[in-house]
Design a protein around this ligand. Structure first.
Ligand SMILES: [Zn+2]
Length: 177
C-alpha cells in the first residue's frame, strides 16, 4: 500500500446512524412518565418519557450515532438500564462519553442532522435552544447541527402522542484532516 493509501485508510470520514424511541406516559403524581426533556430542554407537557435515565431521546439518538460511527458499543451496552448508577441520569453524561470516545478514536464531528417525530408537545419553538445545547455538548458550532421536527400525522402510537421517535445521522472527520 502506498503512503498515500495508508493515510486515506487511517483518515477520511466515518458516518453513523442513531435511532431512539420512548413511550410517553402521563407524568402526574401517579404516572410512569418523567418530565419531558428533549435536547437538554425541559418542556411543559402532561406526558413524558418512560425511561431509566432522564429519557432524552434526541441526546440518546445522537450518542448512538457517534458511537456507531466509530464502531463502538451502543448506549444501552455502555450504560445498562439495570445499573442503578444510570437511574435518572442526565443524558448529557452519555453524550459526553461518546464525544470523548470519538476524540480518542481520532475523529471530530463534521455535522449532525436529526429528525424528531412527535405529535405533542410542539418542539419548533424550542428548536434553536436544542441546537445550541447539542452543539455545545458536541463541542462544535451551531452551524454543524441541524434539527427537524415532524408530526406523525395522527397515525399510530406516535400520532396519538404515546411515543417520541428520533432519527439521526452524524458525519465524523479525522481530527488531523
Ligand atoms: Zn433513549
Amino acid at each position: 500500500m502506498s503512503g498515500h493509501q495508508e493515510k486515506s485508510a487511517r483518515q477520511g470520514m466515518r458516518i453513523g446512524h442513531g435511532y431512539d424511541l420512548h413511550r410517553l406516559e402521563p407524568n402526574g403524581s401517579d404516572g410512569a412518565g418523567r418530565a419531558f426533556v428533549l435536547g437538554g430542554v425541559e418542556i411543559e407537557h402532561d406526558r413524558g418519557p418512560v425511561a431509566h435515565s432522564d429519557g432524552d431521546a434526541l441526546l440518546h439518538a445522537v450518542t448512538d450515532a457517534l458511537l456507531g460511527a466509530i464502531g463502538q458499543p451502543d448506549i444501552g451496552q455502555l450504560f445498562p438500564d439495570d445499573d442503578a448508577r444510570n437511574e435518572s441520569l442526565d443524558s448529557r453524561v452519555f453524550l459526553g462519553e461518546a464525544v470523548d470516545r470519538v476524540s480518542r478514536a481520532g475523529y471530530r464531528v463534521g455535522n449532525v442532522d436529526a429528525t424528531v417525530i412527535c405529535e405533542r408537545p410542539k418542539i419548533s419553538i424550542h428548536k434553536e435552544l436544542m441546537r445550541t445545547n447539542l452543539a455545545s455538548g458536541l463541542g462544535v458550532g451551531v452551524d454543524r447541527v441541524n434539527l427537524k421536527g415532524k408530526t406523525h400525522e395522527g397515525v399510530d402510537a406516535i400520532g396519538r402522542g404515546e411515543a417520541i421517535e428520533v432519527h439521526c445521522v452524524v458525519l465524523l472527520l479525522a481530527s488531523d484532516d
